[in-house]
Design a protein around this ligand. Sequence first.
Ligand SMILES: NC(=O)c1ccc[n+]([C@@H]2O[C@H](COP(=O)([O-])OP(=O)(O)OC[C@H]3O[C@@H](n4cnc5c(N)ncnc54)[C@H](O)[C@@H]3O)[C@@H](O)[C@H]2O)c1
Ligand SMILES: O=C(O)C[C@H](O)C(=O)O
Length: 329
Amino acid sequence: MTRTPVNVTVTGAAGQIGYALLFRVASGHLLGADVPVRLRLLEIPQAVQAAEGTAMELDDCAFPLLSGIDITDDANVAFDGTNVALLVGARPRTKGMERGDLLEANGGIFKPQGKAINDHAADDVKVLVVGNPANTNALIAQAAAPDVPAERFTAMTRLDHNRALSQLAKKTGSTVADIRKLTIWGNHSATQYPDIFHAEIGGKNAAETVNDEKWLADEFIPTVAKRGAAIIEARGASSAASAANAAIDHVHTWVNGTPEGDWTSMGIPSDGSYGVPEGLISSFPVTCANGSYEIVQGLDVNEFSRTRIDASVRELAEERDAVRGLGLL
Ligand SMILES: NC(=O)c1ccc[n+]([C@@H]2O[C@H](COP(=O)([O-])OP(=O)(O)OC[C@H]3O[C@@H](n4cnc5c(N)ncnc54)[C@H](O)[C@@H]3O)[C@@H](O)[C@H]2O)c1
Ligand SMILES: O=C(O)C[C@H](O)C(=O)O
């Protein structure tokens, strides 16, 4: 193998999502079937041994693209030279909690990790925050990394995007492959807004095809927004395989681009577009090309959408103020 391996750091490597994620990173699904990777696994000291067990299994898969695995409990080591950082390690919520309830428990993880990324990561580092509350944790990490361009810090709303695709396909008797230009706006929380007004199904406008505002307001939006809680209720544990899959999708699209005529949803630092205050990490419709993303501009936002986007953005501002109060920003 002649190509230099890409360093991929995964935090929380011994957790549920870590277990579903690492094998796909190592087999080429994250970056491409011709891109060798070196894995850097970060865990808390008590879970290092479990991460070593996973590393043994990774070895046993004999993945041709996997050039090595390092395991550490030191963030400065884990992020040394990292090109892609997947920040998964954080506590998941349990039944009855909202993701925002994790702010205090998890927020403290992301400031030192942001600093370690600032001080040690490769110049081209791309960061995806999965640990909840993902948007605000990404904001904390980004604020602690002033030397890294802010736009490299992103939060995962691709799971919400994928959930919305599936719900819309079911409702309309289409397949997810028929659907384009769906958007998740705002926070990865119960206030998020899955928007089908610009989406297309087989080239036709999705909202017109559905033609059922009651379904949109009372079924589609709450089903997507509360899917995480429904999974916790049913499984007794938060989503893991679908979350890992969405993390793979997020980074793969960021690196390899969105298909012509489509876009995706990513939590990214706002540049003020669509009235979202600059700096908040909010989900937007984006296109990706050449390893960068751009917000899709010029979409007409109707009143139904405006109210919902504003509510979710308000929550993001409140979360930002709360972590500022905790000294994390
Ligand atoms: N954004 C999303 O769409 C989405 C989807 C699913 C889950 N999540 C979130 O992802 C996070 C992880 O979920 P999980 O199911 O894998 O949880 P888990 O409890 O199974 O695993 C978390 C792992 O993180 C480790 N960890 C804790 N603190 C750490 C630190 N400072 N550094 C490194 N590792 C650390 C723990 O030891 C544990 O192994 C949760 O916060 C969950 O809510 C987000
Ligand atoms: O809902 C959760 O707490 C886990 C995750 O964010 C999800 O959306 O499944």
